[in-house]
Write a protein that binds this ligand. Structure first.
Ligand code: PLP
Length: 361
């Protein structure tokens, strides 16, 4: 079975992080709800180095960015505008929070952000029905399409958010894995800092999904306090030992920065090679720009009625697991395929990365 369905880098824990976690195992106290001061400061430094000057007092850490995203839905309140397609959990979380996801297609050729041309209309319609609309979500770069929303789109959405009084939630968990060198990353937090929340974490860039650590950068103290009130009742604080190791990761020491860079390069090389093979077979495939995924549309091949049938045939006939595009609210044909860097090289991702970064396990 080749599982290309899950969003995991498939790398081992870096020895430097392993060591820091082990050293911190004696830290068994509950910590501050917002996260350990050392981690908040390190995360603030991480964003500040990326041209988003950040006050550590407005950083909130949680057990993964996923629970942070859910708590933010509750803290902001109201319906949420989502790009279509988008990561399945956003709409599922909206359902749990008792709000409505308002799906707005991405601009043609883009992914990860709703089309600004259509957002105002969708929000007006929902408001005319008496619904409150509170937020607009973008994923930069995107899961499932592997695309990075263009700077013009991000600027227009930031302006719209001001006009429509929406909070932008920018999920930037794949930010450090933008592998297309021509793609210029722009966070809406750089354009509309007063109304943008950024979420991120170490699950993708550092392959630490199982450690459950995420961070959020809040635009204001009132929203931070609403988030903390929810966090306090749900998770109390992230795991103390993990926060020690995460603070080290967010300081971006050379050995970890090199490894993230190697992972980014490797995902780019493999994503482009696999995309070319899909294209040669007749699929339409948006050029991958970042993150772990390819989103080929196999409809032009005309062999299967739905992406679900195609995904099932791949699993039953070839033992290959992928996600059908219908899981992301998309029309038939599309598949989300994880870029597995071990395949092209015929060796383990661990060995490949170790060679690239010359790390000593
Ligand atoms: N956001 C996106 C777009 C993801 O794909 C994922 C994981 O699949 C997450 C957030 C969740 O990450 P975390 O492990 O930080 O909860």
């Amino acid at each position: 079975m080749l599982n290309l369905a899950f969003g995991e880098a498939g790398l081992p824990v870096h020895p430097a992080l392993r060591e820091r976690l082990a050293r911190a195992a004696t830290d068994n106290g509950y910590g501050p709800v917002a996260g350990a001061p050392s981690l908040r400061e390190a995360a603030a430094g991480y964003w500040t180095r990326r041209d988003l000057p950040t006050d550590p007092g407005l950083v909130v850490c949680g057990p993964g960015s996923k629970p942070l995203l859910y708590a933010l839905l509750l803290a902001i309140g109201g319906d949420v505008v989502l790009p279509a397609p988008s990561w399945v959990s956003y709409a599922a979380q909206a359902g749990l929070a008792g709000v409505r996801p308002i799906m707005v297609p991405a601009p043609p050729g883009e992914g990860g952000a709703p089309d600004p041309e259509r957002v105002a209309e969708a929000v007006s319609r929902a408001r005319a029905e008496g619904r409150r609309v509170g937020s607009l979500l973008v994923t930069l770069p995107d899961n499932p399409t592997g695309r990075l929303a263009g700077q013009a789109t991000v600027r227009r959405l930031a302006r719209l958010a001001r006009d429509l009084d929406l909070t932008i939630v920018s999920d930037e968990i794949y930010r450090d894995l933008v592998h297309d060198e021509r793609a210029a990353f722009l966070s809406p937090a750089a354009v509309a800092p007063e109304r943008t929340v950024v979420t991120s974490g170490l699950s993708k860039s550092h392959a630490l999904g199982g450690w459950r650590i995420g961070v959020a950068r809040l635009p204001s103290a009132p929203l931070r306090d609403r988030l903390l009130a929810i966090a306090s009742e749900i998770w109390s604080s992230p795991a103390a030992p993990v926060q020690h190791a995460a603070a080290y990761a967010y300081a971006e020491p050379p050995e970890l920065a090199e490894r993230v860079a190697a992972s980014r390069r490797l995902h780019g090389v493999v994503a482009r090679a696999v995309a070319a093979r899909f294209a040669a077979a007749g699929a339409r495939v948006p050029a991958p720009q970042g993150g772990f995924y390819l989103y080929p549309d196999l409809a032009p091949l005309g062999r299967f009625a739905t992406s679900g049938a195609l995904a099932a045939a791949l699993l039953d006939g070839h033992g290959v697991g992928v996600l059908p595009g219908t899981a992301f609210g998309d029309p038939p044909g599309a598949l989300r395929v994880r870029v597995a860097t071990s395949l092209l090289y015929g060796e383990s991702e661990e060995r490949r990365l170790a060679a690239l970064t010359a790390e000593r396990p």
